[in-house]
Structure formats: C-alpha cells, structure tokens
Design a protein around this ligand. Structure first.
Ligand code: PEP
Ligand code: MG
Length: 313
C-alpha cells in the first residue's frame, strides 16, 4: 500500500514510466544538510544561507562564511549537488547586518538580490566565500539569487557567479520574472521557482497572514500558469527548471509540477519519501493530463479535485 511505498522509497525520483524528476532537500546550515544527506535525495535544491545569520549583528568574514557554507556542502560531496542561494535578507527573514530598516513595505522593498544594488561588496564577499567552500569540499555547487525581477539583474548576477567558475541561476519568485523566463534563460544556466513568494506576489497576499491562506495557496490556477510558462521556457532552452517552494512537498501537486515540465523538486527532507513514492505511481502522460486539468480549474479546490480525478483514476 501507499504507506509502505512511502517508507521504503529509496529514490531517485522517477515517474511510473521512468522519467527522471529529481527529488532534493531544502537545508538551512551544516546540521540540517548532514541530516538531509541521509535521506534518499539527489542533492540540495535550496540552501537558504540567510538562515545562518539570523542571530548575527555583524557580517561574518569571508573565511567564516566559507566554513559555514562548506559545512553545508560537504555532506553532498559524494557526487551530489547543492544549490546555494545568496542572502535572502529582508521582509520575513530579517538579517541585522543586511536588512534595510524602517521600510513601509518590506516585502516590496530592498530585499534579496536588491540588497546588492547599494552594497555590492556584500554579494561579492558572499560569492567569494561560496567559491572557497565549493573548492574546499569538491561538491558540485550551483548558485542562485532570490527576488530577481529583471533580466538585467539576472545577467549581472550570472556574470559575478561565473567569474568564480560556478553555475549561475535565479529564483522565479516575482510574476515579472516568470513572464520573462525565456529571456532569463538566455543569461543564466538554470531557474528555480520559489512558489511561496511567487504565490504571495501573484495573489498580492502576505504569505505570513493566516487569514489570507485561501489566497496564498500554490494550487491557485494563476500561480500554476506562471509555473507552466517558466517550465515551458526551460524546455525550449534545454535548461533545468526546478521548484523549491512548499508546493514541491505536496505529493499531488508534485505530480502536477512534473506534468508541467518541472525537472526537479526540492522540499523539507521530511517530505521527500511521500513525494518520491507518489511520483512513482503516475506516468508522465498522466501527470501532464493532471496538469492540464488543474490549469483549467477556476480555483484551488477545483484545480486539486481535477488533478486528483486524473491521477487516482
Ligand atoms: C519561496 O519563496 O518559495 C522560497 C523557496 O524561498 P523562501 O521560502 O525562503 O522565501
Ligand atoms: Mg522566497
């Protein structure tokens, strides 16, 4: 039965007809990375570096950062890969040495990659530290930026990452970025969709507001359409597009995302087996039919019910 299939799932991520869909973990530091490495994951799809610094008043030195990042990379030095996200400080993740104080609207303010506009040294030092950590551990390291809105931002970031010999990508968390995914892919090596923020900005609903949870639902057909646009751009460019938001941890939605053309799913390590096992029960054709049905739904409940009807049939 399904419970047994979940407990005994050992990866790698595959549909029932053996199409690869990578299953990866989200991590926050060396300890969570070491524990995630024990799970049947192909790598880390999101290392949230800002979570290392929530209690820091001052920016750690490049050397100290390099050691923190190396601790998160090392458990995956066995041939797996880690996607390191540069500082996503601001709004729901305040970091004392980086966040701009007193903004009227922090979610729409100077956060994520935008912090480097008036403080390029902050990003440069972090990229130096990430490159040092990659070199010391030998782990395949990809680097991506959060909260990217324009192609020019993506191009500047990719230049800075590639100068250090690493693979460069951006997160798709802002509707403008999703709509421009095909242009983003002309300047980066990969995209990773952050469905938590993509949902927040698509629905204009604070992700922390529990009374707006019916709006901040990744099954919102508008969000699924932006995922579909981004995945299709990736398919055309022949470059990887993954999802690293909470949506990837929902086994049914994971099948829909695979059907939309998403090639990797990254989630809390605790969700990995349930997602992997569910993916293994559906052919890619079936996932594509479920995705089409979900996109045709008028609201999250209809989208979920339509996908379930296809996948449980
Ligand atoms: C997201 O926004 O979906 C995401 C993965 O980043 P975070 O949750 O850290 O903002
Ligand atoms: Mg985000």
């Amino acid at each position: 039965d399904l419970r047994e299939a979940v407990a005994s799932w050992t990866g790698p991520g595959r549909t029932a007809d053996d199409v690869a869909v990578k299953v990866c973990a989200n991590v926050a530091d060396g300890a969570s990375s070491a524990s995630a490495a024990q799970a049947p994951v192909e790598g880390v799809g999101l290392f949230r570096t800002e979570l290392c610094f929530l209690d820091r008043a001052e920016e750690p030195s490049v050397e100290e950062q390099a050691e923190l990042y190396a601790a998160a990379l090392r458990p995956f030095a066995d041939g797996r890969y880690v996607v390191v996200r540069t500082l996503d400080a601001g709004s729901d993740k305040p970091v004392a040495f980086a966040t701009h104080e007193g903004e009227e609207n922090p979610a729409l303010g100077v956060r994520g990659l935008r912090l480097s506009f008036d403080n390029p040294g902050l990003l440069d030092r972090q990229l130096d530290a990430i490159a040092l950590a990659a070199e010391r551990t030998g782990t395949e390291t990809w680097v991506m930026a959060p909260m990217v809105a324009t192609v020019a931002e993506a191009a500047d970031f990719a230049d800075a990452v590639r100068r250090r010999g690493l693979k460069a990508g951006v997160m798709i968390e802002i509707p403008a970025a999703a709509l421009m995914a095909h242009r983003m892919l002309e300047v980066v090596d990969f995209l990773s969709i952050g469905t938590n923020d993509l949902t927040q900005y698509t629905m204009a609903a604070d992700r922390m507001a529990s009374d707006l949870a019916h709006l901040t639902d990744p099954w919102q057909p508008a969000v699924l359409q932006l995922v579909a646009i981004t995945a299709e751009a990736g398919r055309r460019a022949g470059k990887p597009v993954g999802v690293c938001g909470e949506a990837a941890a929902d086994p049914l939605l994971a099948c829909v995302l695979a059907g939309l053309g998403i090639g990797s799913l990254s989630m809390a390590a605790a969700a990995v087996r349930a997602v992997g096992a569910r993916l293994g029960t559906a052919t890619l054709d079936r996932c594509e039919d479920a995705a089409e049905a979900a996109l045709a739904g008028a609201d999250p409940a209809a989208a979920r019910a339509a996908a379930l009807a296809v996948l449980d049939d």
